[in-house]
Design a protein around this ligand. Structure first.
Ligand SMILES: O=P(O)(O)OC[C@H]1O[C@H](O[C@H]2O[C@H](CO)[C@@H](O)[C@H](O)[C@H]2O)[C@H](O)[C@@H](O)[C@@H]1O
Length: 298
């Protein structure tokens, strides 16, 4: 019996990996992602369940740090090479594919059009089946967010204030020395205005106090799915992992795969909760190409 890929196994970009799949993969060990289906390792149950019933499966993806490499200017970020082709292939093979991001739906639509379901601002906005939806409680917060974005632009470099309509991101990637000032100012405005703070990778986000997050998006979108994957890189993606955990606990026939994209900023919280960890967005695309090839062989 070949060994199983253990929870947390680390997969690297096969294009840069020099090792062959070693057969047994210890937690944290580096193996070539592209070698998985061909290496007779026992695949994770979330993979085999998806292969057994692709039309009953769902694939969920975070955007920044997952389908796109992190860069200094959020406005210039685009999906990594091969991402759109991989999603196009999987969309033909799998029941439903969705991007679940903190970006506005407008930005996601510019990148992906109507290719897959789009959930923006942690699900406060979405674009599905050709229609745009906004959470009914969110709209009244738009002027409050606009006001706080304008005030933020007076307190910090305006180019680092990303006004997203129903939320605002205060970035400090290019000015890490301002991190404390920006985050404490953000916490102060959140307390003053009744907003929520969402930390992220070199960013503090202010959003409406609506109890709706990536986990709620996944819960609602799962429907009667038999299997689902969520691929993410940041702490906000833990909520989506938890939604898959809950569903797995409630329904033993359901199989999930939690995929983390490793990075030095998020810490171990996400990779500890993941079934598989890939080393970068290109390594994730390689894994998705493997999945599509595996599904096509069936
Ligand atoms: O849910 P996501 O799709 O992962 O969005 C989370 C945030 O992503 C973006 O910020 C991050 O990526 C930027 C571009 O690489 C980077 O400059 C920044 O430091 C990261 O935090 C996006 O700009 C934010 O609005 C999202 O909240």
């Amino acid at each position: 019996m070949p060994p199983a890929l253990p929870r947390g196994a680390l997969l690297t970009d096969p294009r840069s990996a020099s090792c062959a799949h070693p057969g047994r993969v210890a937690p944290g060990q580096t193996v070539a992602g592209g070698a998985i289906p061909g290496q007779r390792a026992v695949l994770p149950r979330g993979w085999t369940a998806l292969r057994d019933d692709p039309r009953g499966a769902r694939l969920f993806f975070d955007f920044d740090g997952t389908l796109a490499a992190i860069a200094a200017d959020p406005a210039r970020v685009r999906p990594v090479a091969g991402a759109i082709a991989a999603l196009t292939r999987l969309n033909e093979l799998v029941g439903r594919v969705a991007i679940v991001s903190a970006r506005p739906v407008r930005f996601l639509h510019d990148q992906f059009g109507g290719l897959v379901d789009l959930y923006g601002l942690y699900g406060l906005e979405s674009f599905r089946d050709g229609r745009r939806h906004t959470h009914p409680e969110a709209e009244r917060w738009r002027p409050v967010i606009a006001d706080v974005a304008a005030r933020a632009a007076e307190m910090m470099p305006p180019a680092q204030v990303e006004a997203k309509g129903l939320s605002v991101a205060l970035h400090y990637r290019t000015t890490p020395g301002l991190a404390d000032r920006i985050t404490s100012w953000g916490r102060g405005r959140a307390n003053e205005l009744g907003l929520r703070c969402q930390p992220g990778r070199m960013v503090m986000e202010l959003k409406p106090p609506i109890a709706y997050d990536k986990g709620d998006v996944v819960r609602a979108a799962l429907g009667d799915a038999s299997a689902a994957w969520f691929c993410g890189d940041d702490v906000a993606d833990l909520r989506a992992f938890q939604a898959l955990d809950e569903r797995s606990a409630a329904d033993p026939s359901f199989a999930a795969l939690r995929v983390a994209v490793a990075n030095p900023e998020t810490g171990a919280e996400l990779t500890d909760a993941a079934d598989l960890t890939v080393s970068s967005p290109p390594a994730l695309i390689s894994l998705l190409d493997d999945l599509a090839a595996d599904l096509r062989r069936r």
